[in-house]
Write a protein that binds this ligand. Structure first.
Ligand code: PMP
Length: 457
């Protein structure tokens, strides 16, 4: 039972002492006051239970307050919290070896940070030092962080400020086959692939070719036609779980490398088994990046980020000392190590695959049933449901319409997320411990909320 501060007190303090922008983007008209969590469940201060299908933006990977992770954290908290990493302490080395075993050769050298933004900042620096080039390309609509450098990688107006952020960063078109100019219903077979399969009549994927042409043009306009890096998420998260056509990343990597750049996979959302069939999202594209950045799910909610790269690239980053006070501290490493154990013992990757595929298949039925459900896509438990005014125009459903449905789903006891350039996509990225029954619970509620909306309209 909750006996703490009242809701009114919290709102009052938020108004006076908290980041005002956070006040503005309070997700719900009637805010949710969360008090406690366990696995896929959250409880508010009134004792109401919610099924959490957003997991702090795919951050809670194995479950809120997972018993194994909590026990490992407690143990480490009693032993050693901190020492500078000029000393050698076991948790960091145990975790480094364990994490490296999940990555293919030659991705074996690990740098720890405390967040995704910091990991991407570091990746930018290393890419530039290694290649001697400056320009970095990312996808339009992406989110890679909010620090001044990472803000340059991010390509979504609501996260931008009018300062010189991320000089040398430029964008290429996100190969979105639903909202973008190329693609169509023949790109639809989403639920069982990381990428969109093509079933058009041309015998080759026209959408892919057009988007690759766009990338070629972007590369041709970089200075001096040589680039440092290309950043891409395997499935674009904040952009609304956007899947690319099959082979896009493979061809993009080749073009980028020809221009002297390295390829960086941002696995902050897609890593740690979330896409189900693979441990890393990039594996679904049949590519091996030169660098992988990670955060969020790595610590199940405990602050930790990492950059993993090759010995060759790491060797270019040794002229000056690189130091990070909290990166890879003993507690974070013990937490992250137990998260990997929980992923193994609980079979979360298999859950992502099975429950995720089930959800995608059932959501596709709702897409076919409702005029306002434009697209269902994703892989495993990285799912996007893009909402439209109607299927012909594909105009984004209005923010008011999105909010109505969103609020209704919450009132019925399920928390999901939103994304996309126009806030038009619902996002489902739950802790990877959900069951088929949880999926059915959500599907019934989503169906009801869509029905309610259509009735009111
Ligand atoms: N990369 C991606 C793909 C993300 O989704 C985010 C956070 N939403 C970040 C980087 C930044 O991570 P952080 O908030 O930990 O800085």
């Amino acid at each position: 039972e909750y006996k703490g501060m009242s809701k009114e007190q919290m709102i009052d303090i938020r108004k006076r002492n908290c980041n005002p922008m956070i006040m503005k983007v309070t997700y719900y008209k009637k805010p949710v006051f969360i008090h406690q969590g366990y696995m896929q469940w959250l409880w508010d201060v009134d004792g109401k239970r919610y099924l959490d299908l957003f997991a702090g933006v795919a951050t809670v990977s194995v479950g809120h307050c997972h018993p194994k992770v909590t026990a490992a954290t407690e143990q480490q908290l009693k032993k050693l919290w901190h020492t500078t990493n000029i000393y050698v302490y076991p948790p960091l080395h145990e975790y480094c070896e364990k994490l490296a075993s999940y990555l293919p050769d030659p991705l074996k050298v690990i740098y720890f940070t405390n967040s995704g933004s910091e990991a991407n900042d570091l990746a930018m620096l290393m890419a530039r030092l290694h290649t001697g080039n400056y320009d970095i390309i990312t996808f339009r609509g992406s989110y890679h962080g909010g620090s001044p450098q990472a803000m340059g990688l991010t390509s979504n107006a609501i996260y931008k400020y009018p300062i010189a952020n991320g000089l040398g960063c430029t964008t290429t078109m996100c190969p979105d086959v639903f909202r973008g100019p190329w693609g169509g219903s023949h790109c639809r077979d989403s639920p069982v692939q990381t990428t969109r399969e093509c079933s058009c009549s041309h015998g080759h994927c026209v959408a892919n070719e057009q988007y690759i042409e766009q990338l070629k043009e972007t590369l041709a306009t970089s200075v001096p036609s040589r680039i440092a890096a290309f950043f891409g998420e395997p499935i674009q998260g904040v952009g609304g779980s956007v899947q690319y056509p099959k082979n896009y990343l493979k061809e993009a990597y080749k073009l980028v490398r020809e221009k002297g750049g390295i390829c960086i996979a941002d696995e902050v959302q897609t890593g740690f088994g979330r896409t189900g069939s693979h441990f890393w999202g990039f594996q679904g594209h049949d590519v091996v990046p030169d660098m992988v950045t990670m955060a969020k799910g790595i610590g199940n909610g405990f602050p930790l980020g990492a950059v993993v790269t090759t010995p060759e690239i790491a060797a270019s980053f040794t002229k000056g000392v690189h130091f990070n006070t909290f990166g890879g501290n003993p507690v974070a490493c013990a937490v992250a190590s137990s998260v990997l154990d929980a992923i193994q013992e609980d079979g979360t990757q298999q859950i992502s695959l099975e429950v995720g595929t089930y959800l995608l298949t059932e959501l596709a039925k709702l897409r076919d049933k409702y005029e306002i459900v434009g697209d269902v896509r994703g892989k495993g438990l990285q799912i996007g449901v893009e909402m439209v005014k109607d299927k012909v125009s594909r105009a984004p459903l209005s923010p008011e319409g999105m909010n109505e449905i969103f609020e209704d789903i919450k009132d019925m006891g399920v928390l999901i997320g939103k994304g996309g350039l126009y806030g038009q996509t619902f996002r489902i990225q739950p802790p990877m411990c959900i069951t088929k029954e949880d999926a059915d619970f959500f599907l019934a509620i989503f169906n009801q909320s869509l029905y309610n909306y259509m009735e009111r309209r």
